[in-house]
Design a binder for this molecule. Structure first.
Ligand code: PNS
Length: 166
């Protein structure tokens, strides 16, 4: 059975991530979407919220499971007997960073964790979680970037921030 892990921050998950998830779920028998519990980064959504968003957005994909991890990806992969990581590439600017991480993971895992790249569909090539947050922070329209229920949650977060509730 071919299994893979798709790691990321997913803060928030965008249509670009969903596109990679859907396509990877057609290539692999099982795809585990692993949300990094990046406490240092001060994320907009907690790891539990990000996991719940991903679970809701992928509920029509029966071979996709959503989990979270802390620390090094190679350790999470080893603990779960996963040997392939999937990452999306939008542009050449992503490539340098991704190449370095992929090679580091391969080296650190003694060749046990390899990375495969899917090129993001052109319609989502401009999308990033940071730009979605930037647009939403100015109350801009993010309906082309994330599913409607995610857009509502993001706007709610910024409204709470404005009101000093978060
Ligand atoms: O969505 P992102 O923020 O681009 O995802 C980056 C991620 C989570 C894939 C990467 O930062 C990661 O795997 N972090 C865990 C720590 C680790 O294993 N780093 C790789 C060795 S430098």
């Amino acid at each position: 059975m071919k299994r893979a892990v798709y790691p990321g921050s997913f803060d928030p998950m965008t249509f670009g991530h969903l596109d990679i998830i859907r396509r990877a779920s057609e290539i692999f028998d099982v795809l585990i979407v692993a949300v990094l519990n990046n406490k240092g980064k001060c994320p907009l959504f907690s790891v539990e919220e990000r996991v719940n968003i991903l679970r809701e957005a992928t509920k029509d994909l029966p071979n996709v499971y959503v989990d979270s991890f802390s620390g090094l990806l190679i350790n999470y992969a080893a603990e779960n007997n996963l040997h392939v990581a999937v990452r999306g590439l939008r542009a050449i600017s992503d490539f340098e960073y991704e190449l370095q991480i992929a090679q580091t993971n391969r080296k650190l895992s003694n060749g046990k964790l390899d990375t495969i790249f899917l090129t993001t569909s052109l319609e989502y090539a401009y999308l990033s979680s940071s730009s979605v947050k930037e647009i939403a922070s100015f109350n801009g329209d993010i309906s082309q970037c994330v599913p409607e229920f995610v857009a509502d949650l993001i706007h709610e977060k910024y409204k709470n921030k404005e009101q000093g509730n978060e």
